[in-house]
Design a binder for this molecule. Sequence first.
Ligand code: SF4
Length: 428
Amino acid sequence: MTSPSLHILEPQIPQQRYSCNGCTNCCRGLVVKISHQEMTRIAREDWNLNQPTHRKLGDSWVLNRQPDGACVFLDQSGKCQIHTRFGMEAKPLACQVFPYTFRKEGDSIRVGLRFDCPSVARSEGASLKSQTREIHQLARKAQDEMPTWYGHVRLRADVDNLQEGSQRALRVVDRIMCEGDPADSTPSERIRNTAFVVSMLLRAKLGTIDEDDFAAFVELVAESASSATEEMSAGPATVRARRLLRQLVFAHVELTPFGKTESRGLSRMRLIGQQLTQGRRFRIGRGSLPEISTLDEKTVTFIQVETVKPARGEEATTVGTLISRWVRGRIACGSCYGGGYYGWGICEGLGAMMLGIVVASWRARWLAATADRDRLCAADVVGGIGFVDRVAGRVPSLRTRAELMRMKYLMEEWRMQELLTSYPLVEE
Ligand code: SF4
C-alpha cells in the first residue's frame, strides 16, 4: 500500500525539460522487464502477434522482440498496441515510468532521469517543474509495485549512510562540473578539473581517514584543481590506456543478441567465441570495427573513429551544457554510487562516471564516423551519453571486479587527463 507520508526526492536538474516526442527509441532499444502479475495479465489477453508476447530472460520475464529488435507490441505505425487497445495504464510499469527511475532511499523515493531518452538528453518539452504532479503519481505507483518490480535489484538506503565527507565530495564535483568553478572555466577545463579531483579522492581511500579530515581534503583538492591541471598539461594517452578504454566501450555493447540468450551447446559456444573475437578486435583496435549485431550500423575503421575532431562553435556550447546536465543528473539522482551503481562507493562511482564521459566521447566519434563526418556534433554526443546511460548501473558486465580494477588504473596517475586529451569532446 502507498504510504501517505511518502517523501519524494525530485531530480534537481535546473532547466531540465522532458516530454515524450514519440521517437519510439525506448520501444526499440531496451529490454522491457515485466513483473509476474504483468506477465500473467498479458498472457490472458488475446494477442495474435505471430510470436509469443513474452519470454524468460535469466530470472526475469521480459517482453519479446521482433526480428528488427522492436518490442513485440510496437506496430508498423510506431504505436504501442497495448496502449491503443487498453490505454496507458495497461502498459507494463517499466514503459509507463520511462525515462524516470525510482529508487528507495530509507523512507523516501529518489526520482532519477535516464539520458538514453533523446528528449531528456536534448532537454526538450515541458519543464520538469511543471510535471511535479505526474512525477509524484508515477513515484507512488512505482512504490506500490516495487516489491515485484524491483525484485531482481539490490536495494540499499545509501543516503542514510552518507557521511559528511562523501556529501562534500559530491557537492564539490557538482560545483566544479555543473555550476562552473572557477566561473570562467571552459567545458574542457571543467571536465579536466573534475577528473583531477576524483582521481585524488580515489587515492585518498575514503573510509581510511577521519571524516572531518576527508572533508577538508576534498576542499583542498578542489582549490588546487585548476592550477594543477594548467601546470601539468597532459600528453596523448598511452597505447595501454587506449586499449583499456576500447575494452570498456565494448563492455557497454549489449553483447548477447536477444533471441540467442537461451542458446545451448554448439550455438552457445559459437556465440561466446564470436564475443571473444569481437572483444579482442576492440582491444587491438586495428582495421574495421567488428559488426555488433545489436547496433545496426555501417562498418567503419578504428582510425576513422579515433581521428574524429571535437565539436566547435555552437555545437561545442551545446555539448558542454549537455555534459554538465548529465553529470548533475547522475549526482542528484543518486545513480552514480551505492544502490544506483552496483553498490560502489562514492569515489569509485564518481570515477566510473568520469570514465563514462570518455566512453561517451568514443561512442560519439563512432557515430560521427558512421555518418561520414570527421567532426563531432551535439547529436553524436547525445547518442554517446545515451550509450552509457542505457547500461551504466544496469548490466552485469560493468559490475565485475575487473571493471573496478580497470577504473582505478585509468583514474590513476595522469591517465584520465591523457584520455581527455586524446578524445576531447569540444575544441579548446
Ligand atoms: S509495451 Fe508498448 S510502450 Fe512498452 S516497449 Fe512495448 S511498444 Fe513500447
